[in-house]
Design a protein around this ligand. Structure first.
Ligand code: ADP
Ligand code: MG
Length: 251
């Protein structure tokens, strides 16, 4: 649920991103307010991943303005101390879970809080166990990632991100690598997070989920936001013909 009138936590203005000669993001404007859940949809290769990776500085951009929680990221990756701060405040969950395979679930979740935030082991473990409970896998704490199902691993990845007490969570197709029977458990955990008021930017192909959880749906086509609005408006009554033909293919 977004708070009207609040200062945006993400403010992106006329952002342009090139990979060599490929113009991947074109004058993208995006403001995300605290508590808002924004879902980004679009065809493969349209720039969805690049867009959200810019938000936590995983990709550089060439022009435009971007600040996250009031800290500005500069074009061309110009050394900015904001980047370190932003990385600690923005959690990200990827398609591939990216857990540390040689560490237990508990150690995966406590590592960053101890290393980056200077939390004590006790404190970090207490938080980790609470988060594992919250995503429904408290009984898996001592196992290694390879002993878990994909759905369980992705919930560990979610708990690991939440352990840093992020102000914003980014998700890049978090269920795309999962077997169908495991998608629901990950979406349930995300739904719960949205209900608790987390600010979220989500790239997904799960349109039923998007409709249910999004405050705003953004359709991106070849690096441009061509349509956005409330889920009912975008899904039931898309105005742009690109959006119409995309939705006709995926719905
Ligand atoms: P999406 O997530 O919507 O599928 P991406 O953001 O991954 O799209 O990619 C957008 C475009 O940028 C695609 O044409 C893709 O091939 C290209 N691209 C993505 N990453 C790189 C990279 N590291 N180097 C060069 N081109 C890239
Ligand atoms: Mg992608």
């Amino acid at each position: 649920m977004q708070k009207d009138g609040a200062k945006p936590i993400v403010r992106m203005e006329k952002l342009n991103k090139h990979f060599g000669t490929l113009h991947v993001l074109k004058d993208v404007d995006l403001a995300v307010t605290p508590g808002e859940v924004v879902v980004i949809i679009g065809a493969s290769g349209s720039g969805k991943s690049t867009l959200i990776r810019c938000i936590n500085g995983l990709e550089e951009f060439q022009s435009g303005h971007l600040d996250v929680d009031g800290k500005e990221l500069l074009p061309n990756g110009k050394a900015s101390k904001a980047l370190q701060q932003i990385r600690t405040e923005v959690g990200m969950v990827f398609q591939q879970f990216n857990l540390f395979p040689h560490m237990t679930v508990l150690d995966n979740v406590t590592l960053a809080p101890m290393k980056v935030r200077g939390a004590s082991r006790d404190e970090a473990q207490q938080t980790a166990r609470r988060l594992l409970e919250r995503v429904g896998i408290s009984d898996q704490a001592e196992k290694h990632p390879t002993q878990l199902s994909g759905g369980q691993q992705q919930r560990v990845a979610l708990a690991r991100a939440l352990a840093m007490e992020p102000r914003l969570m980014l998700f890049d197709e978090p269920t795309s690598a999962l077997d169908p029977e495991m998608i629901g458990e990950v979406l349930d955990a995300m739904r719960e997070l949205a209900r608790e008021g987390m600010t979220m930017v989500i790239v997904t192909h799960e349109m039923t989920f998007a409709r249910e959880v999004a405050d705003r749906v953004i359709y991106i086509h070849k690096g441009e936001i061509v349509e956005q609005g409330k889920p009912e408006a975008v899904f039931d009554n898309p105005q742009n013909e690109r959006t119409q033909s995309f939705l006709a293919r995926v719905l």
